[in-house]
Design a protein. Structure first.
Length: 255
């Protein structure tokens, strides 16, 4: 969002006050990659990804070669946001979404080639998301399997188990603070601490008490606080573990 970009100094100050010491800038189209990567290289505690979001249509389609090439740019630490989204089918059928499944496969292959983690979005499409990951990994040696994170997790415990079995992390957003999200909080209790991540999904899904407002990284402690209220670990343990998990997943990210 353009208005969010204009507020970067203000947001960074709010991050510092909230003791949030890093941010991952997510790329959702190739057209925006230059701007996203520039943001990451401008600030020492920002990093970025390269990818095309499954919801985006009528944009430049990626190739494996281009994703690999752009992934080598400075401070690019992941591939995505990618995945599948069948929420807005309209009059289309799931069979009509083969273009989306093929786009997802390209991202997986680029991630395997670069050994960089995938940032996966899945909505109303978890069965196909898991199946494609399994299929793509079945053609590679175990050391070359795609890894990454299921971001902004809103699926069932069964889907979380399948993702964990594939070696993925699970990341929770401000949704877990919503009164209506008891089922997501149940999944958040289940995920092992060493596979747990937190995020804002800015500019969307601001946690309570900021729901409905523009989200930003300074709100991420509210998500950690919610986790500390429903899990056995303290807030300090949640903060330490999720920071360590972020560094472990996105190789080369440290402060």
């Amino acid at each position: 969002m353009a208005d969010l970009k204009e507020k970067i100094p203000e947001i960074r100050q709010a991050m510092k006050a909230a003791q949030v010491d890093r941010a991952l800038c997510i790329c959702t189209t190739l057209e925006e990659f230059e701007a996203v990567q520039s943001l990451a290289t401008t600030y020492d505690n920002f990093w970025c990804t390269v990818g095309v979001h499954p919801d985006n249509e009528d944009i430049r389609e990626p190739t494996v070669a281009e994703l690999i090439r752009l992934a080598e740019f400075q401070k690019v630490v992941g591939i995505g946001e990618t995945g599948l989204d069948y929420f807005r089918l309209g009059e289309r059928t799931i069979a009509d979404m083969e273009w989306q499944r093929e786009r997802f496969r390209l991202h997986i292959r680029a991630a395997r080639h670069t050994s960089k983690p995938l940032v996966i979005h899945t909505r109303n499409a978890s069965e196909d998301t898991i199946a494609i990951l399994k299929e793509e990994n079945s053609t590679a040696n175990e050391s070359a399997h795609a890894r990454g994170v299921f971001h902004c997790f809103t699926e069932t415990e069964a889907v979380a188990r399948a993702a964990l079995d594939l070696g993925f992390y699970i990341s929770f957003s401000g949704i877990i603070t919503f009164k209506s999200a008891a089922d997501i909080r149940d999944v958040a209790r289940f995920v092992p601490l060493d596979r747990l991540l937190i995020e804002t999904d800015s500019p969307y899904l601001a946690p309570m008490p900021y729901r409905g407002k523009i989200n930003n990284p300074s709100y991420v402690p509210l998500i950690a606080q919610q986790l500390a209220e429903i899990r056995p670990e303290s807030l300090e343990m949640i903060a330490e573990a999720t920071s360590r998990n972020f560094e472990n997943l996105f190789t080369g990210v440290s402060l």
